[in-house]
Write a protein that binds this ligand. Structure first.
Ligand code: AMP
Length: 222
């Protein structure tokens, strides 16, 4: 059975970090819509040029564009044996479209990473990414330090300044938090405590996925 994993949670919950770790462990692609958009911005594609201003304000790129990006990405052969989705869906319309794309596929396993708001604001204000490869830096590594993966310089994300962070959290509560209601009726839904250290979160994630896979095996829900 393919492991089709979807990570939910607010910005700063650790979705990207955990998604990358888990995807590497299982040898399946991590599909991050934020990374896809940042790459499009960096290479100045049409979508990237239109998305940049929206991202810099902390708002959401349109459902139509995002659904198109994800549909195309999930059709690629490497996603046939499973994937980890990070940052998509972010609206109920995106979730409904994803259910359509996933018809006749193995069930989606959905894990929500829960972190208190004050901790999110603290993390987003201090995190950094590599300006060359875009990797998330481990917590505590300062802006200006070298990326452990490629040696590039670590910088703050342009949407991690305080005003934009607050807007992104507002957008999360309005547009994305309803996804918890959307998915939590499924036996393949689990939530985990993301306020712990990353190794503990990874262990809880693995346990949640194992338990949710049993739920999927019961066969009652897509
Ligand atoms: P992230 O790296 O997931 O925090 O995404 C960074 C930014 O990209 C978000 O603040 C949005 O502007 C945009 N974005 C990423 N994924 C989506 C999505 N599924 N729907 C709409 N906008 C998105």
């Amino acid at each position: 059975m393919a492991l089709n994993l979807l990570m939910l949670g607010p910005p700063g919950a650790g979705k990207g970090t955990q998604a990358e770790r888990f995807a590497k462990l299982r040898g399946i692609p991590k599909i991050s819509t934020g990374d896809i958009l940042r790459e499009a911005v960096a290479t100045k594609t049409d979508i990237g040029m239109r998305a940049k201003a929206i991202m810099d304000r902390g708002e959401l790129v349109s459902d139509e564009v995002m659904i198109g990006i994800v549909r195309e990405r999930l059709e690629r052969p490497d996603a046939m044996h499973g994937f980890v989705l990070d940052g998509f869906p972010r609206t109920v319309a995106q979730a409904a479209a994803l259910d359509g794309i996933m018809t006749d596929h193995d069930p989606l396993i959905v894990v929500d990473i829960v972190v208190p708001e004050a901790e999110l604001v603290r993390r987003l204000g201090t995190r950094s990414i590599c300006r060359l490869c875009g990797a998330n830096a481990p917590v505590g590594l300062a802006v200006g330090a070298a990326c452990a993966k490629c040696g590039g310089r670590l910088v703050q994300r342009t949407d991690d300044n305080q005003a934009v962070v607050l807007e992104r959290l507002k957008v999360y509560h309005r547009a994305s938090e309803p996804l918890v209601e959307y998915y939590k009726v499924r036996p393949t839904f689990r939530s985990i405590d993301g306020a712990q250290d990353p190794d503990r979160v990874a262990a809880d994630l693995a346990a949640a996925i194992a338990a949710a896979s049993n739920g999927a095996g019961a066969g009652s829900v897509r």
